[in-house]
Design a protein around this ligand. Structure first.
Ligand SMILES: [Zn+2]
Length: 656
């Protein structure tokens, strides 16, 4: 997931547009895939089919995130694309809200998990809908439903922030549990108590519904839930196979088999085939993968990415991977959790061509899969660093972002000089030697998620961050040629300073409420707060009414990181839920709202965004008279709205 200050670009043109627009506190940035043109035709065609598969499944994630999402999106898109006769003020508000809706895949902020609503009146909204209808817009009316009745039905979803207020609530309000307080569509009418003693056969790829007959798993597979989308995905994956390398073709066949059966054994076979494909220049992730959307950290949210290897930038990440065993042997934790014979983490720098579902328009900067701990231990994992995403982040970042929260000009200068380099390095370390490392006690059956439940993701993310923070200061990096000897101390200091600052600056992202929901944010808050409490590394200082988190002592910082890492690994290794909960809730969840208000005022004065959404490149297939693809071209739309409308139109025929 994105660090605050990602790394620089090597050789992109300087004059093109990255930052396209601001929508509230989101930045919209164009993503470029410069290497696409240099790929062989066979690879471009392969990418085209995989991209079609990525678009085909996009609506699955909309539906998983909120049961009313697709109806809401239809209403908004009908109005946005027939806006000519809508009152200008209402139209501007509908466009603002629609963009936030697309960026966040529904009405919930991706960072805070809280709902955002339309700021016009329901009457103005209804008048706008009527104007759009007169202009030819078509709305998702139910059987015999009028437009007014449809708008009435969706009124609480669009206008009432207290109706279904939180998409994923790991800290539920009184009277709720983590499922009943979460508005996502992964469970219907199910409480945590209902699930006691229930053994889910399709844990990752099902929705759990409580009906008259008790608890039912609706399996995501052909013939099951989302069947039409899944069949469309399969069709495109199948078309891709002809142009894939043999190891990749094997992985695609295994993925298709899993999409057909939904059985866990087929998912394992796919994970293994995917990990075994270590060398293909093109790759994809397509399926039910990450578990952040589920408060229980069990159900996979659908996502797709299509990417090719960026050979130039793969060197650093590959060097880390080749020496993964050395890092494993020097982990500052109980030797019984050290893995022996670390299976090659296959690590590469990549450029993404498209990301949908949970990975787009908001994207991670690094990914390490599969998540199945058992498969990681037996077969290793693949780790990718999203170079062109990192580049676009960097190119769209304003310099004030670094200076405003630095205590001294020297700190700001260090950030200017090194933070991009340091954050790319630590992102790679996070993925390659962080997530890839360590083992857990036998009795957990390779599944610490089940034991750590809603705190698993925050614990695992902090473990990976701590590994990176610990080893970034190790001389081994100099020996491996990854870091310049003279600059090493400065780079470490810049990274530690940036990490401390981030715990303050990230509060801008939680504009409502007084606690943090998002797991990566929890882990970063937790690490810094823990270090403040247990070491002398970081001081809180105030000057002219402005608060600063000042990293004072890099040696103390690293020593504290090592101590905390040993404890976090123990928690994961033993599945110690009580300790995970105490750690996350004490240091990672709560914050002082007055401090947040101060930070928000400072970033708003400078117009700094809280998060970034990306417009993907656009591919076009050129066909000959027989309908065969003879070329695939790439272009850059520079416009979020047109891309979102195009994606939605591509799947409208698949809707139930
Ligand atoms: Zn991570």
């Amino acid at each position: 997931m994105p660090p605050e200050l990602p790394a620089p670009a090597a050789s992109a043109p300087v004059d093109r547009r990255y930052l396209l627009e601001r929508v509230d506190d989101a930045a919209v940035v164009q993503l470029y895939a410069d290497g696409f043109r240099d790929l062989a035709l066979r690879e471009r065609i392969l990418i085209w089919h995989l991209s079609q598969a990525a678009i085909a499944g996009r609506d699955i994630f909309y539906d998983q995130r909120y049961a009313h999402n697709l109806d809401m999106r239809d209403v908004l898109e009908a109005m946005v694309s027939h806006a000519r006769d809508i009152d200008p003020a209402t139209r501007a508000e509908i466009e603002r809200y629609s963009k936030l809706f697309w960026i966040n895949t529904g009405p919930y902020n991706n960072l805070t998990a809280r709902k955002f609503v339309l700021a016009c009146t329901p009457d103005a909204f209804a008048a706008a809908a009527q104007a759009a209808a007169r202009g030819g817009a078509r709305f998702p009316l139910g059987d015999g439903e009028t437009l007014d009745a449809l708008l009435d039905r969706l009124r609480p979803m669009f206008f009432d922030s207290e109706f279904d207020p939180t998409v994923t609530a790991k800290t539920p309000p009184r009277g709720h549990d983590i499922l009943t307080a979460s508005a996502n569509n992964l469970y219907v009418g199910v409480t945590m108590k209902d699930l006691e003693g229930v053994e889910e056969r399709y844990a990752l790829n099902s929705r759990v519904v409580k009906g008259d007959g008790g608890i039912v798993e609706e399996v995501y597979r052909v013939g099951g839930k989302y069947s039409r989308y899944i069949e469309a995905i399969i069709e495109h994956l199948d078309a891709a196979i002809a142009n894939a390398t043999e190891p990749m073709a094997n992985a695609l066949r295994a993925l298709i088999a899993f999409y057909r059966s939904g059985e866990d054994a087929d998912r394992e076979a796919y994970d293994i085939a995917w990990v075994r494909d270590k060398a293909s220049p093109v790759d994809t992730i397509n399926g039910f993968v990450e578990v952040y959307l589920d408060a229980r950290s069990i159900k996979g949210a659908w996502e797709a990415l299509v990417f090719y290897v960026n050979a130039e930038k793969t060197h650093q990440i590959r060097t880390l991977a080749e020496h993964a065993q050395w890092f494993e042997d020097h982990m500052p934790w109980d030797p019984k959790y050290r893995k022996e014979g670390v299976h090659g983490v296959t690590a590469r720098a990549i450029d993404v061509v498209i990301e949908t579902g949970e990975s787009g328009p908001i994207t991670p900067v690094g990914i390490n899969l599969p998540n199945d701990q058992g498969i990681r231990e037996r077969y290793g994992s693949k780790s990718v660093s999203l170079s062109n995403v990192t580049e676009a982040f960097e190119r769209s970042t304003l310099p004030e972002f670094r200076t405003e929260f630095s205590w001294t000009p020297e700190e700001a200068a260090r950030a200017m000089k090194w933070s991009a380099f340091a954050s790319e390095l630590t992102t790679n370390m996070h993925e390659v030697i962080g997530h890839g490392s360590g083992k857990v006690d036998q009795q957990l059956n390779g599944n610490p998620q089940a034991a750590l439940k809603e705190h698993f993701s925050a614990i695992e993310e902090s473990r990976a961050d701590l590994v990176a923070l610990y080893f970034v200061a190790d001389r081994r990096l100099v020996e491996l040629g990854l870091v310049d000897r003279e600059a090493h101390d400065d780079i470490v200091r810049a990274e530690y300073e940036a990490y401390a600052r981030n715990a303050l600056v990230q509060l801008r992202r939680v504009r409502q409420g007084t606690h943090i929901e998002e797991d990566h944010m929890r882990n970063r808050q937790m690490i810094v707060r823990w270090l403040m409490r247990h070491t002398r590394a970081i001081e809180v200082r105030v000057r002219e009414g402005k608060t600063y988190f000042v990293m004072e002592d890099a040696a103390a910082f690293r020593e504290g990181v090592g101590r905390l890492l040993a404890e976090v690994q123990r928690i994961k290794g033993e599945g110690d839920y009580a300790a995970a909960r105490a750690l996350v809730e004490t240091y990672g969840v709560h914050f002082d709202p007055a401090l947040r208000d101060e930070v928000v005022a400072r970033v708003d004065r400078l117009r700094l965004p809280s998060y970034t959404a990306f417009v993907m490149p656009r591919l076009e297939a050129i066909r000959n008279g027989d309908g065969e693809i003879v070329d695939v071209t790439i272009s850059y739309p520079l416009d979020l709205t047109s891309q979102m409308l195009e994606y939605s139109a591509a799947t409208s025929h698949l809707r139930p």
